[in-house]
Design a protein around this ligand. Sequence first.
Ligand SMILES: Cc1cc2nc3c(=O)[nH]c(=O)nc-3n(C[C@H](O)[C@H](O)[C@H](O)COP(=O)(O)OP(=O)(O)OC[C@H]3O[C@@H](n4cnc5c(N)ncnc54)[C@H](O)[C@@H]3O)c2cc1C
Length: 184
Amino acid sequence: DCANGLHLQAPWLLNCAGAWAGTVAAQFGEPVPMTSAHPAMLVTEPLPIVMNVSTGVEGGGIYARQVARGNCILGGGRGFALGPRQARPGHAAVLEILRNAGELYPFLKGAQAIRTWSGTEGYLPDHEPVIGPSSTQPGLLHGFGFAGAGFQLGPAVGEALAEIVCTGASRQPIEAFSIRRFQA
Ligand SMILES: Cc1cc2nc3c(=O)[nH]c(=O)nc-3n(C[C@H](O)[C@H](O)[C@H](O)COP(=O)(O)OP(=O)(O)OC[C@H]3O[C@@H](n4cnc5c(N)ncnc54)[C@H](O)[C@@H]3O)c2cc1C
């Protein structure tokens, strides 16, 4: 039942509420130690094409890809929250990205950054997502906590959750991602 008196009923509920999914899980009596973080990003002016694959340093705080128009999209470091729904990359993270970019990608030395941004993303302490059935509520499925990797993981997680809804089970083993790992 909603605060405005609306009563909703469905055979399945998918908790895919991103950084806010912990609030939903807690409403069903299974709180998780979720935190929010804010990846910092920037995009350069269009430059001659140098690379056509996404590259970066794993754990090294810098990654980049170049779009067909020549702009380079760079990420690295963390920004900060303006509030529960908005975030900014911050000067320090932007300068760090530009410094690292000049070292790793010499063609980017002196490039103009034309825009910067961030966003709000949910993290669990082990940096792995929660995927699969609720331990308290039949019909509730969780898919959240993608720790900065949800574009990569989202399609496969969506498929696993769709299989549970349509056939009762996921073809891939997902037990390791159960929400139960955070219960005492
Ligand atoms: C700046 C930035 C750069 C990133 N770069 C990459 C990258 O290069 N590669 C990569 O793989 N991942 C990247 N990510 C991570 C990726 O964006 C996320 O992992 C992914 O968007 C998570 O998808 P989601 O659907 O779980 O959550 P979200 O995309 O956050 O969507 C959750 C939705 O649920 C809604 N919601 C919340 N609460 C409720 C509620 N109670 N009822 C109804 N709706 C609700 C929210 O409004 C939101 O629309 C990046 C993230 C950021 C912020």
